[in-house]
Design a protein around this ligand. Structure first.
Ligand code: NAD
Length: 288
């Protein structure tokens, strides 16, 4: 039976794999046996405990891993999966990976007759749960057409951005804008506070005027002002995305994002072990 192997069942991967399993026969694997067991229980997926003994009939592999390092390791490291896949298999990397690593892996896959698509997502854990992610896709028309039915069960907006790596580049650039917007919204709330305007009042102003953004509408009101920092997107993953985007920008003038990146990168040392990305606000003293 045609089976999809879904690897990486963290905050995003677990709800995405559970949705995928409702439509496609899906085998699931994570380094954490607990994470695997949870998706099997909730989503009716087939558990895989060792990538060297896979169920028969794998024709699609979906990856939702932290970074390109884990993707490279899984596909081309010692006992890498790539060489054990049949010709015609499709790999869809849905994590936010590095465009140059993706291009390299796609080339190696294509040499073995395996299709490769990068399809990073935007929308966070809430939209991963409801299957309403925005998915930014890189790859050939043929490979993207093969990937589309899988993507459609997880996302409502699917944008074919360009060739392999283009989805990843677009995602990194988007997240650089998103993080910069959070930083500027926090800066605005601090400024207002210094003048004697309550941050909640200033947030109300931003959200009803031209200063509003997804950062002010969602992140400020839902996670930053209540200081629960429960967005589910780790600060370190945000910094990873910003670093990828800054790497793409080396030949351009990018003074605004340069300053935001420097502030957030330097400020990382002042936050705890595993901060949420909305803890940017703590760098601005908004948690006092
Ligand atoms: P996470 O840290 O919650 O989950 C990662 C999972 O991968 C963990 O369960 C971990 O055990 C597993 N893992 C790590 N290495 C592995 C390996 N070699 N083999 C198998 N499993 C392995 O991360 P997340 O928040 O789910 O993010 C996943 C990807 O999605 C990242 O690239 C991130 O940048 C991107 N992303 C996250 C969000 C968000 O809101 N959290 C939103 C959009 C995109």
């Amino acid at each position: 039976m045609a089976t999809t192997l879904f690897i990486g069942l963290g905050r995003m991967g677990a709800p995405m794999a559970a949705l995928h399993a409702k439509t496609f026969t899906t085998a699931v694997f994570d380094l954490s046996n607990e994470a695997t067991a949870q998706v099997v229980e909730e989503g009716g997926a087939i558990p895989v405990t060792d990538l060297s003994s896979l169920p028969a009939g794998i024709d699609t592999v979906i990856l939702m891993l932290p970074s390109s390092r884990q993707v490279e390791d899984t596909l081309t490291g010692d006992n890498g999966l790539l060489r054990s896949l049949s010709e015609g298999t499709l790999i869809i990397d849905m994590g936010s990976s590095e465009p140059t690593s993706t291009q390299d892996l796609a080339r190696q896959a294509q040499e073995l007759g395996v299709d490769y698509v990068d399809a990073p997502v935007s929308g966070g854990v809430p939209k991963a749960r409801t299957g309403e992610l925005s998915i930014l896709v890189g790859g050939t028309d043929e490979a993207v057409a093969k990937a589309r039915p899988h993507l459609e069960v997880m996302g409502t907006t699917i944008i074919h951005v360009g060739n392999e790596g283009a989805g990843d580049a677009a995602k990194a650039i988007n997240n650089l804008v998103s993080a910069t917007n959070i930083a500027v919204a926090c800066e605005a709330l601090t400024m207002a506070d210094d003048f004697g305007i309550e941050p909640t009042k200033m947030a109300e102003v931003l959200n009803s005027a031209t200063g509003r953004s997804q950062a002010s509408e969602l992140k400020v009101t839902k996670y930053i002002l209540p200081q629960n920092f429960t967005s589910g997107f780790a600060y370190d993953l945000m910094l990873k995305d910003m670093t990828i985007a800054m790497g793409l920008a080396h030949s351009l003038e990018t003074p605004v994002t340069d300053v935001a990146f420097d502030k957030l990168n330097t400020g990382r040392a002042d936050l705890g072990d595993t901060p949420d990305h909305t803890e940017i606000s703590r760098l601005y003293g908004l948690d006092r």
